[in-house]
Ligand binder design. Sequence first.
Ligand code: GDP
Length: 427
Amino acid sequence: MKHQPPPPPLPLSQPPSMGATVAGGVASVISTMNGNSSSGIEAVKCRPPIYPKPKTPSFDKDRDYIGFATLPEQVHRKSVKRGFEFTLMVVGESGLGKSTLINSLFLGDLYKNRQMPNVEERIEKTTKVEKKTMDIEERGVRLRLTVVDTPGFGDAINCEDSWRVCTQYIDEQFRQYFTDESGLNRRNIQDNRVHCCLYFVPPWGHSLRQMDLDLIRRLHRKVNIVLVIGKADCLNKQEVRKLKERILQDLEDNHIQLYQFPECDSDEDDDFKQQDRELKASIPFAVVGSNTILEVAGKKVRGRQYPWGVVNVEDPEHSDFIKLRTFLISTHMQDLKDTTQDVHYENFRAQCISQISQHALRERGKLKRDSISSTNGFDAAISETDRLLLQKDEEIRRMQDMLTQMQEKLKQTHLMEMKKNDSVIDV
Ligand code: GDP
């Protein structure tokens, strides 16, 4: 049976090419909010999304047309209507350029009211979790982006709690999702699970430090980790290459697995395959961030002005910033979410279910033991009562015997006396 090919869905957003500038990225940041918890999220009025209307199939013209070929279009429409959520965790010691990079990536200002701790505060400081949410809209597609920051990470002399705070936060979000999912109302579950963790490695030093390895080892089975070398303008090209090689070697030696890029489909076009290869080869991304727009040769660029020249953040020769943005936003955001759902959350869920069933088994065993012991007690109590009853029965029976004997004796005595009286009369 010949099926009429459906009309192609209208393109809503095209991924920017690797060399694209900020203009190709996020169109408008609708609101920026600060807060430590999800409760800090306000209702934000968004422009109504523009999504394509489904074409009504013309049944009269072509009777062979069933219509299921519009399914991708229907899914597309529904997803656009619902909007998207993405949670990004940023981990790394303070001063590595995390906030600058996030602002550069999403063209917002998430860190307006930031207060920097002084040295004494930093020595004693414990790692906190700060959650900031912004609603972004681009060509009618709405994205609720949540950035989870960990200020104080690695600041204190004792870094023990740094990794604990991160792992606890990730687990808590999984637990909350698991609870919501197992509840009665599963319709409007808010997904706060961490979909990606950008881990910042300092450009100084020769490779990963022990604390980096400790944390990454604890996180790599819970979240998609993407390594980023911050402030990469401190290094020349050769130094960047060497540092990347050593970091990858360290990870391999320690059996640590970062986020694995999915294999490119064979039917993808050559440009996409080339882009995918370049992205994979760039890991860990060596990035430069800046919130300053400079004018270079008549063009406005996001960059850092130095006495010897300008570092153009978006120039692939200067940094992997555009590659990171392409990967994170344009090409792999959905895969990061899918991996979170299918791999990390599934692991957590399987552990939870096994713990729950073990607990239930233990409880059942305990109940059984309790009921057996209480039944034994009941039996014992019953046999004691029976014994007492039997004893009483025996006593009553003995008394009845005695009574019968006494009655018998009385009867005989009475008979004898009567006989005596009779004989007296006879005489
Ligand atoms: P955070 O504490 O990790 O969030 O770091 P910030 O983003 O607040 O940056 C700390 C300082 O480093 C600021 O003065 C930034 O201007 C500067 N900075 C941020 N990104 C870069 C970068 O890529 N290269 C250089 N050289 N400096 C940067």
